[in-house]
Design a protein. Structure first.
Length: 141
């Protein structure tokens, strides 16, 4: 059973409440993606991923209009070792395999948009992401 666009609604409400001329910092987590990968539940995981994608889309629309907002999208880790084995667009089917029930060491991407987005280019240890954000917030160039 779908829970609806809770992540999107809460995120956009948070932006509405926090938006001010001095700026703000907001961190949003699509944590149910991780939970469903731990459970090896591909359908619910996909729904959570779609919810996250719609949320990021709304945030990017808002940031584009604002023109002064940096958006960073990443994950703290990968979970489940999800592999797509085969599928059929015609039959709307996909066969998957989860190789682990826990976290794994697969690289996770970092996407960024807006002012200073270029600081996130390349490969970083996950702890470096917070350091880059800290530098940006402190005004260091």
């Amino acid at each position: 059973m779908s829970r609806g666009p809770v992540l999107e609604d809460c995120t956009m409400k948070a932006i509405e409440v926090l938006d001010n001329r001095n700026g703000f910092f907001l961190m949003v987590e699509g944590s149910m993606i991780d939970d469903e990968c731990h459970r090896h539940k591909i359908g619910p995981m996909a729904e959570e991923l779609f919810d996250f994608d719609r949320t990021v889309g709304k945030v990017l629309e808002w940031a584009e209009k604002d023109g002064q907002t940096l958006v960073v999208v990443t994950a703290d880790h990968a979970t489940g070792g999800l592999t797509l084995l085969r599928g059929s667009l015609e039959n709307r089917e996909v066969k998957v395999n989860f190789s682990t029930g826990g976290h794994n060491s697969i690289f996770v991407p970092v996407f960024s948009y807006g002012p200073q987005a270029e600081k996130f280019a390349g490969v970083h240890e996950n702890s470096e992401i917070g350091q880059i954000v800290r530098e940006i917030l402190s005004g260091k160039k």
